[in-house]
Design a protein around this ligand. Structure first.
Ligand SMILES: *[C@@H]1O[C@H](CO)[C@@H](O)[C@H](O)[C@H]1NC(C)=O
Ligand SMILES: *[C@@H]1O[C@H](CO)[C@@H](O)[C@H](O)[C@H]1NC(C)=O
Ligand SMILES: *[C@@H]1O[C@H](CO)[C@@H](O)[C@H](O)[C@H]1NC(C)=O
Ligand SMILES: *[C@@H]1O[C@H](CO)[C@@H](O)[C@H](O)[C@H]1NC(C)=O
Length: 391
């Protein structure tokens, strides 16, 4: 009896305390809410956009802790007209087009030293790689993608990959990536089939990761693992942008492509049938071999992507996101995703003087990257024009 009186007293105290806590915290919430909403009256539309993007990031971060069921194939695609005659990779794309979440297999949560630390990451190198491309990753690690400070600015590296093969082959690839991850801590891997038509998916998975792990990185180089990127020049260029942009304003530069539309020839690697994209035109975009963007623009693009149905061509898709946001991609003379024209066949087309001034060139083999990175850093390299004109 005494015990139960005591315990009901105790219960009353607990209940009262709880009520108090709830009332207090509700007051706090109201305070926060009203101060935020008053504050917002003085804010610009751009700041509001940044905030809404950040809130969305927090929500999706919470959502990511809840395990999701595997994304199901959309069987009603077979009823889309002409579906049966589409190539297998397009059919596959359509079956899984709605899937945007896949489990993370390898993560690097501390790559940017947390959301706050990420403001100190000046240039994040986001390199799309395939599981088997070990040699390419290896050479990039010791050349242009080396993690370092250049002119006091921090450069960080990430390879973004899916999975390759099935059965034992898949297991071997995953084991390779785990080994690399253990040694270098630079692999970000999700459990989806790494293919050309899944590159847009890879891009979006990366952007979701960035919102969570590295939201304030200043700038990004988004590119393939077969480019030669002069990341020293990039840091210098980005450090001294004409508008004083420190990553908190729009920037999206590369090899600008405009006035083109989907390729309708079914033999092409880039074939996009009307069932995938009905419009005959693409918005302006930067060639996907490699381009630079600000953290600000990366966040806006990701925000836009939530309401834009996937297109398998990743660079065009990003152009669609930019267009939706009213932002423009811009051409940069130093980004040569279509290669570098050399004045005459008598001249060494791999002369370092051509590559010292550029930002990026597409399609270099690993040995060419290693050699060129070394040559452009030779202290005796003189480029007054005479070297290049000598045979
Ligand atoms: C905060 O403000 C929004 C609109 O400004 C309102 O919808 C919401 O109910 C408010 N929340 C609280 C806890 O007062
Ligand atoms: C395809 O369409 C037919 C006729 O409308 C329907 O009966 C069938 O269930 C559909 N198939 C799928 C997989 O949705
Ligand atoms: C599945 O495909 C059908 C036919 O294209 C489409 O109407 C439907 O929205 C798709 N479902 C999902 C979940 O995307
Ligand atoms: C993309 O990845 C998903 C998940 O692994 C896979 O089901 C789908 O077939 C892939 N799509 C393409 C076009 O490779």
């Amino acid at each position: 009896m005494r015990i139960s009186v005591r315990s009901s007293c105790l219960a009353a105290v607990v209940v009262a305390t709880l009520c108090l806590v709830i009332i207090l915290s509700k007051d706090n919430l109201n305070d926060v809410n009203s101060s935020v909403s008053q504050g917002q009256l003085r804010r610009t539309a751009k700041q509001d956009l940044i905030d809404s993007v950040r809130d969305a990031a927090q929500n999706s971060a919470l959502a990511q802790h809840v395990p999701r069921p595997a994304c199901e194939r959309n069987d009603s695609m077979v009823n889309v007209s002409g579906f049966a005659s589409l190539p297998g990779n397009i059919q596959d794309f359509l079956f899984y087009r709605h899937c945007r979440h896949f489990p993370v297999l390898l993560d690097v949560p501390e790559k940017c030293e947390g959301p706050r630390g990420s403001a100190d990451v000046f240039l994040l190198l986001v390199i799309k790689s395939s599981p088997a491309n070990y040699e390419r990753r290896e050479v990039l690690r010791k050349t242009w993608a080396r993690e370092r400070q250049h002119r006091g600015k921090r450069v960080r590296r990430l390879f973004v990959v899916g999975t390759a093969g099935t059965g034992y082959e898949r297991q071997r690839h995953n084991k390779l990536l785990r080994l690399e991850h253990r040694e270098y801590g630079d692999i970000l891997q999700w459990d989806f089939h790494d293919s050309f038509f899944n590159l847009t998916l890879k891009q979006l998975l990366f952007m979701a990761w960035m919102e969570r792990r590295c939201p304030q990185a200043r700038f990004l180089l988004n590119g393939d693992d077969d480019i030669f990127a002069n990341t020293d020049n990039m840091v210098e260029y980005l450090s001294d942008l004409p508008d004083g942009n420190d990553g908190t304003k729009h920037l999206y530069v590369g090899h600008l492509i405009q006035g083109v539309g989907p390729i309708r020839e079914s033999w092409s690697k880039y074939y996009v049938p009307v069932q995938v994209h009905a419009s005959e035109s693409y918005p302006p975009y930067c060639g996907g071999g490699g381009f630079l963007l600000s953290g600000f623009t990366a966040r806006i693009v990701f925000q836009m992507s939530h309401s834009i149905v996937l297109l398998p061509i990743d660079d065009v898709y990003l152009g669609m996101c930019l267009e939706r946001a009213g932002l423009k991609p811009v051409s940069h003379f130093g980004v040569r995703t279509a290669g570098l024209p050399v004045p005459s066949s008598k001249v060494d087309s791999y002369h370092p003087c051509y590559y010292r001034e550029i930002l990026l060139v597409h399609r270099f083999l690993p040995h060419q990257i290693y050699l060129m990175w070394s040559r452009i850093h030779e202290p005796n390299l003189k480029c007054d024009g005479s070297e290049v004109s000598q045979v």
